[in-house]
Design a protein around this ligand. Sequence first.
Ligand SMILES: *Cc1c(COP(=O)(O)O)cnc(C)c1O
Length: 389
Amino acid sequence: MIPVTKPFLPKKEEFKAYIDSIWERQWLTNNGPLLNDFELKLKEYLNVKHLLFVCNGTFALQLAIRALQLKGEIITTPFSYVATTSSIVWEGCQPVYADIDPETFNIDPEKIEAAITPRTSAILATHVYGNPCDIDAIQQIADRHGLKIIYDAAHCFGTRYKGKSVYEYGDISATSFHATKLFHTIEGGAVFTKDPDLLKKMLYLRNFGHNGPDAFAGLGVNGKNCEFHAAMGLCNLTYVDEILERRKLLSEHYYERLVDIKAKFPKLNRDKDYNYAYFPLLFDTETLRQQAMEKLELAKIYCRRYFSPSLATLPYVKRVKMPVCDEIVKRIVCLPLYHSLTFPDLDMICRILIRTQNYAPDVPAENENFGLVVAGKIEKEINHIRTTN
Ligand SMILES: *Cc1c(COP(=O)(O)O)cnc(C)c1O
C-alpha cells in the first residue's frame, strides 16, 4: 500500500533519550525545558524574529485572529484545508471568498480587491502547497485599505521568499506541525510575528491570560504544547534538511516522468525557495483525474484530492460560486510524496498514470508486461535509476 503521505519518524533511541529525561525531571508541560529548547532551536533554524509553539495549526490560526481583534468580514481563499475557513467562523467573523489564480491556485489579489467592503477587517490567505502567495500585491492592497494580513502557512516549513522564511510575512503567520506535514511534532503548530506587542498578546492568550502565578492580563485559553511534542520536534529538526532534500529529488523525478501527461503542475512563485511539501497534479479533465485515481487504487496507491470541496460550499458558510476554484477542485490530485517513498514505487505510480492516459484504460494496473511494452521510454529511465541508486 502506498498512501499519499507517511509521517517521518526519527530514530527511536533519539526520541527515547528525550523521554527518559522527561521521566527524570517529571516536568511534562507548562513551559518546560524541552519546549524552550525547541522554540529556540526552531527560531535559529528558520532565522525568524519571534515564534510561539502552540497545540496545533488550527489553534494558531484562531490565536492570530484573536490577537488582531478582527471583526466582521475576513477575505479568504476557497482553496485550502477546512481549518482556514473554520477558524474564521469559530472566532465569530464572516469568511468572504476571493477566487484563486488558475496557475498557482493561491488567492488572486485582484479578486481580493473586488471583495473588500466597509466591514472587511483582514485577509487570511493560504500559501497553497508551500508555494508563496503574491505577497507583495497582497501587502499593497492591505496597506491601501488598512487591512490586517494573516497567512495560513501550514504547508510552508522550509519555504523561503525573497531570501527570508515565508513565515516572516503578514502581520501573523500560522503554521502546523501535524504528523502529516513535512516537519512535525505529532500535533503542534506555531505563530510568527515581527511585532513584539502582538507576540506578548499571543503569549498571554496561549496560557489562560496569565502574566504571573496569581495574575491575569486578560482573557485567555489553553493553547500550550508539551514536553513530549517538543521532544519529537527536537528530534525531527536534526533531519529536516535531509527531508527537504529527499522531497526535492522525488519531486524532480515526478516532473521528469510526467512531462507528457495530460495534466499540469502549479506555477511556482519565482521569488521562492520551494519546500516540495506536496506533489499536486492538475489533470486536463475531471474524467482523466477520476480514471487516474481509480487505476492507482487498483494498485493500492492512494492519492488525496487536496483540496476538495471548495470551502465556499461548506454547510456553515454562504455558498458562493468561485469559477476558477470550482473547476480546479474537480481536476486536482496530490500524488504520494513522503521521505520513505522509494524511486521504484514512484516509477510505478508514473507508469500507471501514463498507461491510464495513453493506452487501454481497462488494462489492470498490475500488468507489468503491458507496462514494459507500451512505456519503453519510461522503462529505460527506470533502469537507469535502478543502476544509479
Ligand atoms: C494541516 C492544515 C491546517 C491545520 O493544522 P492542524 O495542526 O492539523 O490543526 C490548517 N491549514 C492548512 C492549509 C493545513 O494544511
